[in-house]
Ligand binder design. Structure first.
Ligand SMILES: *Cc1c(COP(=O)(O)O)cnc(C)c1O
Length: 355
């Protein structure tokens, strides 16, 4: 399949790298790929970034048949464009598609298109420490018909956004509210998919937690509301007695690429890791007994996000004296080092864009 290229005639000025924020500025081009039943995925094209027309009956607007991904590109020391485990994101996007009754796509081709897009907009990759080019592939249902059924047409798109440093002054431990009522995902549900609706459903709890002075929510399981699942839109790790515990994967947990990378790194450092159910009571008990050493969330945007405080049912505990744990810092330094090509890549995680 040939990718049609229409270059912008009006390139935008590049933003100030000190004021990027997250996901507010977009590059000059985007990738678009259409699907129609019977014809399959067709007409892949890179076109100028801009708004698109939509019929008010467009299926995605009504029933939320939409999935997305999040990944980052960096410039290496020799100016090479580096992607971090992008094949994992393509595979996950297809798993999300399958769950949401969206047709899957050729992952290799999509990755090729992404490389071509990033290469074309390479001047948008910021270089200041901590910055990156954020890649947002997504798929939406595009039938202009009301009715709760899978759409017969879809659009796959990729947009790019230069993003600022998540941590301006080093890792910053945050306060987390253990959500006792709302749940994010449940057995048999869509929690393992990056499905748009999952995030809409999480906003109210997040807003409530922020009103109580917390940065984010820690989600408990949707059945017994006892077991730790995720923190905001990040996976979560607890260091108890030097063992790194993270909830085991299942229907209700998003299988993070960062989570998987952390598990592999820890194993390579001979640090014990455990994937299992972890009760919130166990976390608080470990803290009481002085065995809770550190806790952190992890995901593409922040890489790791140390948890300094946890509030649950009127009790608040401080973890690691409210400071970033040693292992949390080491994981951050190692992963960002590998991602930016400043450290060796023993796992072969980094893909150099060669277009
Ligand atoms: C995207 C996401 C993560 C983190 O996944 P990464 O691949 O590490 O970015 C974790 N939890 C949820 C709910 C997510 O949406």
């Amino acid at each position: 399949m040939e990718i049609t290229l229409v270059k912008t005639t009006a390139p935008k000025p590049k933003p100030d790298q000190g004021k990027l924020g997250f996901g507010r500025v977009f590059t000059d081009h985007m990738f678009v790929w259409d699907y129609v039943e019977g014809k399959g995925w067709h007409n892949p094209r890179i076109v100028p970034y801009g708004p698109m027309e939509m019929d008010p009956a467009c299926a995605v607007l009504h029933y939320g048949q939409a999935v997305f991904e999040g990944m980052k590109a960096y410039l290496g020391p020799e100016g090479q464009i580096l992607l971090f485990r992008p094949e994992q994101n393509m595979a996950r996007l297809n798993r999300s598609n399958a769950r949401m009754s969206i047709p899957t796509f050729d992952e290799e081709f999509a990755l090729h298109a992404i490389q071509q897009l990033v290469s074309l907009d390479r001047e948008w990759i910021p270089t200041a420490p901590g910055t990156a080019l954020y890649l947002r592939p997504f798929v939406i249902a595009t039938d202009n018909v009301l009715g709760v059924r899978p759409s017969s047409s879809y659009r796959f798109m990729v947009i790019l956004s230069p993003v600022g440093a998540y941590y301006e002054e080093g890792l910053n431990p945050v306060s987390i509210y253990v959500e006792p009522n709302y749940v994010r995902a449940v057995r048999g549900g869509t929690g393992f998919a990056k499905a748009a609706g999952n995030y809409a459903g999480s906003l109210l709890a997040q807003k409530n937690a922020q009103a109580r002075g917390h940065a984010q929510v820690l989600w408990l399981d949707g059945i017994e509301q006892k077991y730790v699942e995720e923190v905001g839109a990040m996976n979560v790790f607890f260091n108890i007695d030097g063992k790194l515990i993270t909830p085991e994967l299942g229907d209700s947990i998003l299988p993070g690429v960062t989570r998987d990378s952390i598990l592999q790194l820890l194993r390579s450092w001979d640090i014990p890791t455990v994937e299992r159910r972890l009760g919130i009571d166990e976390v608080f008990k470990a803290h009481e007994e002085g065995r809770l050493v550190e806790a952190f969330g992890c995901g593409t945007a922040a890489v790791v996000s140390p948890i300094g405080r946890l509030e649950y049912q009127g009790r608040t505990i401080e973890i690691g004296g409210g400071k970033t744990g040693a292992l949390t810092q080491r994981l951050y330094d190692t992963i960002t080092g590998i991602q930016t090509g400043r450290l060796a890549d023993p796992f072969g995680w980094v893909m150099e864009v060669d277009i």
